[in-house]
Unconditional design. Structure first.
Length: 255
């Protein structure tokens, strides 16, 4: 082998080694490690980005909790106080959302966040229920939009939990000399206690328009037990004058 051929082979080998090192360094910086969000079935996953080290596939494929329609705001003219009502739903029929957090953001007409509050609640499989917020300090005339965000639902299969069976009876809207209230009875049809029972009443006017909303919370109702309840409303002349007591609606939910 002549001198020129040896130089060529040595040069080619040197170039190949340098290229390999450069390629390996480049790959180490540009290759994205496997994750539960890369849209690839890897790292022992049983589906794309689910199972194995990732969230269970039956949980990943659930429909997110959602809000039904727009938030409803109610104002008492004599006080100017605002209340808000949100209808939320769990469209999944296979899983309960045993607990979830929610955050309500109140934005003014310029899109600035002027008020934030939140809490926790439950949504059983296929259920719709109301979330009631009793006091918003921002006057309605200054409110641009209100948003509701759901946080970290804790899912449980329906065969692992039976929700309370609650029914309402003896509903009556009572207007007195100094009071306005909705009375009734709630019954628990299951053997176990129902916790944090929320009862919401919506008053309606003679035309069927929603006038105001209020809520009462019962700590618990024992198995097969019945409890009477009273939901007080502001004693407001404008509200009473437009009220049709026979059109009130009452809803019950629990954890």
């Amino acid at each position: 082998m002549n001198r020129g051929t040896k130089k060529f082979l040595y040069g080619f080998f040197y170039f190949a080694c340098v290229s390999l090192v450069v390629f390996l360094v480049y790959k180490s910086y540009t290759t994205v490690p496997p994750s539960c969000f890369d849209n690839i079935q890897n790292q022992y996953e049983t589906g794309v980005d689910c199972g194995g080290l990732c969230v269970a596939c039956d949980i990943k494929n659930l429909i997110p909790l959602g809000m039904v329609g727009a938030p409803r705001l109610f104002t008492i003219p004599s006080s100017g106080n605002e209340t808000a009502l949100f209808q939320v739903e769990n469209q999944n029929t296979t899983h309960h959302a045993m607990q979830f957090g929610y955050v309500v953001n109140v934005l003014d007409k310029n899109g600035e966040n002027v008020e934030t509050f939140g809490g926790t609640d439950t949504l059983f499989a296929g259920e719709k229920r109301y979330i009631f917020e009793p006091l918003i300090t921002t006057p309605m005339r200054n409110i641009g939009t209100i948003s509701l965000e759901f946080k970290d639902p804790a899912w449980k299969p329906v065969d692992e939990y039976v929700p309370p069976a609650l029914t309402l009876s003896d509903i009556k809207t009572d207007v007195g000399k100094s009071w306005l209230r909705v009375n009734g009875t709630v019954k628990n049809g299951n053997t176990f206690s129902a916790r944090e029972v929320k009862i919401i009443a919506i008053l309606r006017g003679k035309s069927g328009m929603e006038l105001f909303v209020a809520q009462v919370i019962l700590t618990s109702i024992p198995g097969f037990g019945s409890v009477s309840f009273t939901i007080p409303f502001p004693f407001d002349k404008t509200l009473i004058d437009g009220l049709d007591p026979g059109k009130s609606e009452v809803f019950v939910s629990s954890k």
